[in-house]
Design a binder for this molecule. Sequence first.
Ligand SMILES: [Zn+2]
Length: 212
Amino acid sequence: MPFTSVTKVADADFPTRWGHFRILGFEGVIDRPEPCNDALPAPARRVEGAVALVMGDIHSHPPIVRIHSQCLTGDVFHSLRCDCRQQLELALAMIAEAGSGILLYEQQEGRGIGLMAKLRAYELQDQGLDTIEANLELGYKADCREFELPAEVLKLLGVHAVRLITNNPAKVEALEQAGVQVTERISAEVPSEPTNERYLQTKREKMGHLVS
Ligand SMILES: [Zn+2]
């Protein structure tokens, strides 16, 4: 699904508890996007937003990069249904320790299905379905993300090789296919909680994530 255009819309100072970043906003426009749910009308165009938190020198060597998909429930409310917040903190801590790196935050709530659909999927999961079965039951794909915007943002930042923090082989593949070399995969494995064991099991067994 090619982007018609990707543009930087903002670049500002951004102090955080993990250290000092720049915060950059990007917008990608897709004409005639592929629908994620065949039962819903396909929009003529979609605007996708992404935020990049950038620290230090990202050009002398392949920087540490994390591509994080927005998870309101995890990132803001510290949900223990998933491991998103822990992975976000892990990535920010790694970047801060290295003194350089990029966190790309994609506005793709619930693997791209949106917040309300994600909450409906939670209801179905409470009735026994796993994360993938719940998405399919609602008419959505298991995972609506394409990871094309992060690759385009990296290229706009002048970054063509990265050390990627991820357990998800699909992210490595998407970057490589888009022309961004992944020189190293850094594990994003975090300790599991009793409340997210099934979520992690589904990632491992059905989505090929590299977690033990
Ligand atoms: Zn989450």
